[in-house]
Write a protein that binds this ligand. Sequence first.
Ligand code: CMC
Length: 388
Amino acid sequence: MSDHVETSEQKPSDGVVKAPGLKGVVALESELSFIDGEKGELIYRGYDIRDLAEHTSFEEVVHLMWEGELPTQSQLDALHRKLQAARDVPSEVIDFLRQVPDDTHPMAVLRTAVSALAHFDEETEDTSRAANQRKAIRLLARMPVCIAAFARLRAGKEPVAPLEDGSTAHNFLYMLNGEEPGEAAEETFDVCLVLHADHGLNASTFTGRVIGSTLSDMYSAITGAIGALKGPLHGGANVEVMKMLKAIDDSDKDPVQYVKDHLAAGERIMGFGHRVYQTMDPRAAILQGMVEALSEERDARHWYEYQMQILETMQTEKHIDPNVDFFSASVYYMLGIDIDLFTTIFALSRTTGWTAHLLEQWADNALIRPRAEYVGPRGKTVTPIAER
Ligand code: CMC
């Protein structure tokens, strides 16, 4: 069968739709999360994100996404135990992290580390649901260890082993800083993890599902998803937002003028706009309140003020609202996290959604394989190489 999509000749019965960027295309059914772009609402398996952010921990959300319902206390305890038991990263992977040049992009390091973890998992090629569920736990448990280990090694410090108990948020901040986090920092970070756990068929989740749909393995799919998240139009935007805020701060530039100048130069302002939301991203609204509180508490009110001026300018000039990356950036910064690690935090949280989507994909798999409209030449004949 020909691969050509001849839109000019196509008949409705061909079922061929041309949608650049797959804008507006519904590629599959999912029970995991839903975005109402007009109302600015996000739900995970029926629960509003605001409700979850206020009343549940990250691990409760992980259970919700993997199992379909919020856990009972004993189910939650069991999940904590499984994550604790799985935090042991093979020494070969830690050795690899020691050899990575210090200036390597942390998302590139994470991408390779996750790929390397596959080589030391006896179940990598076991495609049974039970093995995939166990791999999801190992990935979620080990990614924070890899990120924190790399961050310490490049700073000339030894990695810190995970604690025998404690949440993902607690352990990550502990392994990063070598000391137990305060309650407020842990709670703030935990909410950030809840907010990033899933988000419909975004680019990285789609990438993961495309890889999964070929019946490849979970590590391959997550490695690909990390590569997609790294880009500045997706998860990499949180790093770019903080670079912008620092540039404004360092140059004493008026934030309003900064935005106007960059828009006039035809540039995008990172942390704004979204493929699905036509209004404020509800995650941004939650994070906005967190930035206000943190900037007050840490005597760093200027970050909040810059961001509010940028937000108002973008709304007036472009009618574009902020997305999750706009306010998560300054939250992480005020928690003392290195700017270039921001996207890895997004990745560790989104591993929840990526793995849940893979389990959903494999429960009723169909190869994901769209088509391209061929716009190149036809009818050419080969000239022998000596005559070209
Ligand atoms: N700054 C300035 N103009 C923008 C922006 C922005 N941040 N976002 C969209 N626009 C303009 C864009 O120039 C275009 O204008 P025109 O029609 O005049 O050419 C119009 O809005 C539509 O943009 P688009 O790129 O066709 O829309 P899209 O749905 O493909 O883009 C997006 C969505 C997220 C790629 C885009 O809004 C963007 O580049 N934002 C900045 C990067 C960013 O913050 N990414 C994080 C996304 S949300 C969370 C995540 O996935 O990590």
